[in-house]
Design a protein around this ligand. Sequence first.
Ligand SMILES: NC(=O)c1ccc[n+]([C@@H]2O[C@H](COP(=O)([O-])OP(=O)(O)OC[C@H]3O[C@@H](n4cnc5c(N)ncnc54)[C@H](O)[C@@H]3O)[C@@H](O)[C@H]2O)c1
Length: 248
Amino acid sequence: MRLQGKIAVVTGGAQGLGRAISLGMAREGAKVVVADLQTNKAESVAHEARVLSAEALALEVNVASEPSVQRLAEETFKRFGAVDILVNDAGVYLRSPVVSKTEEDWDRTFNINLGGNFLCARAFVPAMRKQRSGRIISIASSIAHTGAREFADYAASKAAIIGFVKALARELGPDGITVNAICPGSANTDMPRRHRSEEEVMARLRATPLGHVLEPEDIAGSVLFLASDAASYITGQAYNVNCGTVMI
Ligand SMILES: NC(=O)c1ccc[n+]([C@@H]2O[C@H](COP(=O)([O-])OP(=O)(O)OC[C@H]3O[C@@H](n4cnc5c(N)ncnc54)[C@H](O)[C@@H]3O)[C@@H](O)[C@H]2O)c1
């Protein structure tokens, strides 16, 4: 097991990519905090992790709220005493053309997608610094590179995550903490289904050079790699995991 005894916090852990990442961490021997707005679903993922013999805790968090993120950190330290891995997965994907996009939606996207990274870093970095080790892995998107019609706020927030990750990697390198991003292509979760029909979603998922439908577990695999000892000297990177749809 690659993460035996490590303590991992996964925001957005209640479903989709975050669920697969949480369970992947559990399979690798980590103790997992499944943190999400959706408490019941987070609790059921924590239960699945316990069935895999992992210690797991479900906590309600709104990553856009500083007091809520601070509570998440306090509860994590109370239960597990430390943190080794932070996965910033929580995100929203709101659709509207720029001219009709409300300021409220713009702010919501930025406060959750980017602000969540900032607030979680502020809450967990001091403990990682003290132990002089840590892994921060943020879920961006290949849309950060390509843009996407009617998703300008989303594209901009995900591109900003990559800049944030690079700056933080420079800031925390001397403390033995690595910071990286994964940029998934379209993956088989609820998220793309909020704005497209099932036929459209499946057609997009299949139209990749590898011809493989990207599953949450495929993204989890790359996150587990970045959390493992094999990735000790990788920092400030943004990896595309997209079956070859975007090659840069
Ligand atoms: N699915 C894809 O095709 C895809 C592609 C590229 C990037 N991503 C990114 O991967 C991440 C996960 O995507 P997914 O497909 O699993 O999405 P999803 O919508 O299935 O899950 C997102 C999770 O985040 C939680 N969440 C949302 N706002 C939150 C908040 N303020 N505080 C705490 N939790 C919150 C939700 O409750 C949900 O459980 C997101 O950051 C998304 O932008 C997804």
